[in-house]
Design a protein around this ligand. Structure first.
Ligand SMILES: [Mn+2]
Length: 246
């Protein structure tokens, strides 16, 4: 029996001024930590090229057993119907359009989802949730969410909701996570609940309120699978959820 196929979205760098309707000129990029973490968790990683083709997006969901929405830049505020704030960083509306459609298709199909960093923002916006465009790091109780330690090193703690999918998956109610974000979810979208927060209240995880494996994390577990067992458990949890549906 083949291992569950885990589709992973990519970062996409458009090439300036050279886009046709047929060819989306640009370059896909993805740190190898993602496919490595999937293989280590027992899955078969498969990269999903960005596309605007709705039929192709549906076909992706038909092919994959599970989905990872990977990290990247900021989500374009137009998809939340709000104006860009001064602290907004680089956005890629092509990638956002693709990932929002893919996330909605995956939710409808009850495909297991692990959404990582930017992915947790995509998951929220796809379900009508809101995003803080730029965390206020000057707040008196603020935690540093843009760490300058190596990626495999957890720097701040999160408190996990008891009886949550996240707690069951990592086997703990507290976790030390890495942190490379300046955006965060402001709330949880439809069908999602908050399942972890940092000590300053910033949302660090959301999950589906149903039986499907739908988990979004604001940190980068793929960078920590060799350093911290609970991080590897997230990828095993995704793969096991896919295997259980097969
Ligand atoms: Mn953080």
């Amino acid at each position: 029996m083949r291992p569950p196929v885990i589709g992973i979205t990519c970062q996409f760098d458009p090439d300036a001024g050279n886009r046709s309707s047929e060819v989306m000129n640009g370059t896909h990029r993805l740190p190898d930590a993602y496919p490595y973490a999937v293989r280590r968790g027992g899955g078969l990683p498969m990269l999903l090229p960005t596309t605007a083709d709705a039929d192709a997006i549906r076909a992706y969901i038909g092919v994959i057993d599970g989905l990872i929405l990977s990290g990247g830049g900021d989500i374009a505020p137009e998809f939340m119907a709000v104006e860009p704030e001064p602290g907004l960083g680089a956005v890629d509306p092509i990638r956002d359009t693709f990932e929002l459609a893919l996330a909605r298709e995956a939710i409808d199909a009850e495909t297991p989802i692990l959404a990582i960093c930017k992915g947790i923002q995509v998951l929220n916006v796809a379900t009508g949730g809101r995003v803080i465009q730029d965390l206020d790091s000057s707040r008196a109780d603020a935690v540093q969410h843009a760490q300058r330690a190596p990626g495999w090193h957890g720097t701040h703690t999160i408190d996990i909701e008891p009886a949550s999918l996240l707690a069951r998956t990592v086997g703990s109610l507290e976790l030390r996570v890495n942190s490379f974000h300046h955006q965060a979810n402001r709330d949880a979208g439809r069908g999602l609940v908050v399942s972890a927060r940092a000590k300053d209240g910033v949302i660090e995880a959301v999950e589906g309120d149903g039986d499907a494996f739908v988990l979004g994390v604001q940190f980068h577990p793929e960078s920590m699978v060799d350093a911290a067992e609970p991080m590897a458990a997230l990828f095993r949890g995704l793969v096991d959820a896919c295997a259980a549906r097969a």
